[in-house]
Design a protein around this ligand. Structure first.
Ligand SMILES: [Fe+2]
Ligand SMILES: [Fe+2]
Length: 142
């Protein structure tokens, strides 16, 4: 069974963002499955590396959208990205060093880490993008 099931309430209605969020949920579910099946920290640290790589890509995509549309909340949102990325990088390091054994605590941390950002700053950003998209499309049609 998966830890996280995609729910429509996570949708931002911006397709690229939603597709990437779904992928992140799948990656976190993958870590949960590894933990449940008793796989070692090495496999878990490797899966966390994938989360880190994809998160880095996803955050930079959102930041590109923010820049392209002159989003006023850009600095705060990008700052939160940096903080989130640092947290997961630190968690991975601590798993690799053997300081942390991944248990449900860490899994819940990852789940909250992801979902609170999706439903908070990302939703506000998506609303901005959706209201900006229409004028941009209209401009392009002139
Ligand atoms: Fe974000
Ligand atoms: Fe996001």
């Amino acid at each position: 069974m998966s830890l996280l099931r995609w729910k429509d309430e996570y949708l931002t209605e911006v397709e690229e963002i939603d597709t990437q969020h779904q992928r992140l949920i799948n990656l976190i579910n993958g870590i949960y499955d590894l933990m449940r099946s008793g796989r070692g920290d090495e496999a878990i640290a490797e899966a966390m590396g994938e989360v880190i790589d994809f998160t880095r890509f996803h955050f930079s995509e959102e930041e590109k959208f923010m820049e392209a549309t002159g989003y006023a909340g850009r600095e705060g949102h990008a700052g939160e990205h940096e903080r989130l990325l640092d947290q997961i990088i630190e968690l991975r390091r601590s798993v690799q060093d053997g300081r942390t054994v991944v248990s449900m605590n860490e899994i819940y941390f990852l789940k909250d880490w992801l979902l609170s950002h999706f439903q908070g700053p990302d939703r506000i950003l998506a609303q901005h993008l959706l209201t900006r998209a229409l004028p941009l499309i209209e401009d392009a049609a002139i």
